[in-house]
Structure formats: C-alpha cells, structure tokens
Design a protein around this ligand. Structure first.
Ligand code: NAD
Ligand code: LMR
Length: 328
C-alpha cells in the first residue's frame, strides 16, 4: 500500500461534490492501492455546512478502506496545505437563462484567492483541475495568482466535452465508446468549443470516412457544444453525475497515465497551434509519468481554423475582462 496523498475538494456540499467524493474515496481516481486523505473546503453558510455534515457522515458510513483521513474547513490555507490534488468545483453554477459570461466576475474572486492560497501552501507538484465555470478562465486566474507554482500544475475540465463527443459518435455508429479514439475538443468549455473528428477513428477506420460531413457539421458539433445548456433546461440544474465522472477521468489519466489514449484537457498553452502562451485552452493530450504532452502535428482545414479562431477570441475576451478587475 502506498503512502496516503492529500486530495482537496472545494464545493463538497454541492451536486458535483456529491457525485465525486465517494468515487475518490473508493479508489476510482487514484487507483486501488492509493490511500487518500480528503480535505473539504466549503462556504460558511449554515445550509452548506449542514449538507456537508451529512455528506461526511455518509463518507464515514461507506467504511472505504482507502479513506485514511477526512476533514472539512472553511479556511483555504488549511484546505490546501501540502495538498497533492485539488479539485476546484465550488463556484456559483449557471441557472436557467443565465449566460456563462454573467458568472465571470462572481467567480473570479474565488479563484484569485484560492490560487494565492495554493501558491503559499500546496505541494509544489500539486495537480489542480478547475471544474467551476467559466472553468478555462477560472483556471487561468488561479494559475496567474500562483506565480511560484508551475503553470503545468493547473488545468480546466474539458473532459466532459470529450466524453460527450465520444458518446455521440458511439450512438451514431453503434460502435462501443471504447472503440472510438482520437476525438479532440479544442478551446473553451462553452458553446464556442470545437469538437473535432478529423483525426478520430471508429473500429480502426477514419471517422470522417464513416460519418457524413453534414451530420458532423449540423448535428454532432452543435449537440456536443450545447449539451450543457440542454441538460440545464431538462434538469433545471447543471450536469452533475457526468461532470463528476469526467473530473475523475481527467485526474486519473493525468496521475496514472492515459495509455496512449488522447484525452482532452484545458491546459496553459505552450504556444502549440499558435494559441498564445498561458491561455488555458482545450487541447488533445497524452498523459504519462504524471505529466501530459499536447498532441503535436495536427492539421486544420479552413473551417476548423475559423472555429478555433472563434473559441480563442472568446477566451481572450474573458481573460481581458477579468484582467481589468483583478489586476493580474
Ligand atoms: P452546486 O451549487 O450544487 O455546488 C456548488 C458548491 O460550491 C456549493 O456547496 C457551494 O456552497 C460551494 N461553494 C461556492 N463557492 C465556494 C467557495 N468559494 N469555496 C468553497 N465552496 C464554495 O454546483 P454544482 O452543480 O456542484 O457545480 C459546480 C460548478 O461546476 C459550477 O460552476 C458549474 O457551472 C460547474 N460545472 C462545470 C462543468 C465542466 O464541464 N467544466 C460541468 C458541470 C458543471
Ligand atoms: C456543462 O457543460 O454541463 C456545464 O458546464 C454547464 C454549465 O454551464 O454549468
């Protein structure tokens, strides 16, 4: 059995928290031989604290052999001290009729202070995933607020978009998801994202040889890009179980490797594909040895270039908006 690692989860009393914590504690994220100490950071209000108390009672009642520690706090430094993994989920979710841009300012403050706390007290090797929306820009804020940590410590969750894309291809072709590879989602976790099948394979064949171009353009791309809004419309609340599952997938592959599989992660650009350095952008990545590499050498046709330019422009405008009031 390995030495226990610390996992900090923010917003543990919320919907995604509830669908994530039990899987982390059971070993689904870091493996069946990796004990974890959970550190839960919630807001001080009595409703959240009461819900959190219930969640912690349930975690105890599962008697998970890998759960070697469980604590909650409202203090950021206590939550992030020496932490190895941080899942930044807590944020104000988007409700019906709300645009993601409305959330920018409300959430920027949260990720600014959490970034500073991580900078001061987290392990230098910490792996951070930002789930709370707008997740790319929130991850950028946290990264910029933590100048003594490597930018590579920070990531945003686009895995849900990649999972949605693979699932749509599986539904259309009848092939199991496990036979669908090299699906990428570029850019922002927002309706401007670009779900890309140009390198994808289905049962070893090129997806673009099997699937009609009109279906990809008129059905597949909009369905994936608007899936979050459709779920909010249908449920009256944003996706939670699928978001939690994607967060687990993202962290597991980052920590333990993706075995050659392409995984979409929002990561600070290193200048690949002309994306300005530092911008947190969805890229296809391959994970190995606790690190990730952006997949290189892919080409784009004019339509793909236009889609990438659009999502990039949106991310740059989000960044400029938060820069103005956070002075980053
Ligand atoms: P929720 O409202 O059910 O839970 C959020 C929790 O976070 C609440 O318990 C709240 O008290 C807590 N919280 C708020 N601010 C906090 C802070 N500063 N510190 C600690 N805790 C804090 O929301 P949810 O459904 O769990 O969604 C959480 C976030 O995830 C939202 O921003 C949502 O838009 C986003 N989301 C992202 C994706 C993605 O793919 N990236 C998918 C689904 C949802
Ligand atoms: C999702 O993709 O399901 C969410 O990010 C939607 C949202 O805006 O909360």
């Amino acid at each position: 059995m390995k030495t226990p690692v610390r996992v900090t989860v923010t917003g543990p009393a919320g919907q995604i928290g509830y669908s994530t914590l039990f899987r982390i504690a059971s070993g689904a994220m870091l493996g069946p031989d990796q004990p974890v100490e959970l550190r839960l950071l919630e807001r001080t209000n009595s409703t959240s604290q009461s819900a959190l108390k219930g969640v912690m009672m349930e975690l105890e009642d599962c008697a998970f052999p890998l759960l070697h520690g469980l604590m909650s706090t409202t203090d950021q430094k206590e939550a992030f001290r020496d932490t190895d993994y941080a899942l930044l989920i807590g944020a104000r979710p988007r409700g019906p009729g709300m645009e993601r841009a409305d959330l920018l300012e409300a959430n920027a403050q949260i990720f600014n202070t959490q970034g500073r706390a991580l900078d001061e007290v987290a392990k230098r090797s910490v792996k951070v995933i930002v789930v709370g929306n707008p997740c790319n820009t929130n991850a950028w804020i946290a990264m910029k607020s933590a100048p003594s940590l490597s930018p590579k410590c920070f990531s945003a969750m686009l895995r849900l978009d990649q999972n949605r894309a693979r699932a749509q291809v599986a539904k259309k072709t009848g092939a199991p998801v496990s036979h669908i590879h090299q699906v990428a989602v570029w850019g922002n976790h927002s309706p401007t994202m670009f779900p890309d099948l140009s390198a994808a394979t289905v049962d070893g064949r090129k997806a673009t040889d099997i699937l009609d171009a009109a279906w990809i353009r008129d059905e597949f791309i909009p369905t994936v890009a608007k899936r979050g809004s459709e779920i909010i419309k249908a449920r009256g609340a944003s996706s939670a179980a699928s978001a939690g599952a994607a967060a687990i997938d993202h962290m597991r592959d980052w920590a333990l490797g993706s075995a050659g599989e392409w995984v979409t992660m929002g990561v600070p650009s290193d200048g690949s594909y002309g994306i300005p350095e530092g911008l947190v952008f969805g890229f296809p990545c391959v994970c190995r040895n606790g690190d990730y590499d952006i997949v290189q050498g892919l080409g784009f046709d004019d339509e793909a270039k236009a889609r990438i330019a659009k999502t990039l422009a949106e991310l740059e405008s989000e960044r400029d908006a938060v820069k103005a009031f956070l002075k980053l």
